[in-house]
Ligand binder design. Structure first.
Ligand SMILES: [Zn+2]
Length: 209
């Protein structure tokens, strides 16, 4: 039995139990009797927002990879590095750990997150009812790994510190870093827009009793 089957829901702000006038998961709203917030049985247009934000993050991810993440000014001149050339630079100079961390935070994690979100939207849209637990775990994973993208910001800070102590002239963030930050923010919003209850709606378990 789901709350929605009894025309019930909970206020997203104060968690008060709310009664809906009739059953319509997308469009029937009620007002929370306690705090007055508008309450919907499911997040409104959840799939559309999640899909639009995920597609936007894919679009931002292209310049994030093509444009330089940073410019390093040394006595020898200026070196500009994209995510990939940065990873290759660190691997070639033997800084395997930094190279690996940048690869995981800048390439592996964001791409995995985009793929999971696209898959979840697709699975709900096609009314897939199998493996709800596994899909919910994937959803929780996107929330956990989203935070790891911020590791990249720390890596850049550490590198800036290293460069300064190493006596090199200066380092500055490139335009690619701005787009990468947009990717991190937009994928985070995409995960927030997704309503994990949609995963369970087509399953038959709530009709068991
Ligand atoms: Zn409320």
């Amino acid at each position: 039995m789901r709350a929605i089957d009894r025309n019930l829901g909970s206020c997203p702000v104060c968690h008060q139990l709310v009664h809906f006038p009739k059953r319509d998961p997308e469009h029937v709203a009620a007002y929370c009797p306690r705090c007055g917030s508008e309450v919907f049985p499911r997040k409104r247009s959840s799939l559309e927002y999640t899909l639009a934000l995920t597609l936007a993050s894919i679009v931002f991810y292209i310049p994030a990879n093509l444009l330089p993440m940073m410019h390093v000014h040394t006595f020898a001149g200026t070196q500009s590095d994209t995510i990939m050339s940065g990873v290759i630079y660190f691997l070639e100079t033997g800084s395997y750990l930094i190279g690996f961390v940048i690869f995981v935070a800048s390439i592996f994690v964001p791409v995995l997150k985009m793929l999971i979100l696209l898959y979840l939207v697709h699975s709900v849209r096609t009314g897939k009812s199998r493996f709800p637990k596994e899909r919910q775990r994937l959803y929780l994973l996107t929330e956990i790994i989203g935070r790891w993208s911020m590791v990249d910001v720390f890596v850049v800070s550490i590198m800036i510190a290293l460069v300064h102590f190493g006596g090199l002239s200066s380092i500055e963030a490139g335009t690619g870093a701005v787009f990468f930050l947009l990717v991190v923010i937009v994928t985070m919003l995409a995960a927030m827009a997704f309503d994990p209850r949609l995963i369970w709606d087509p399953t038959k378990e709530h009709h068991a009793h």
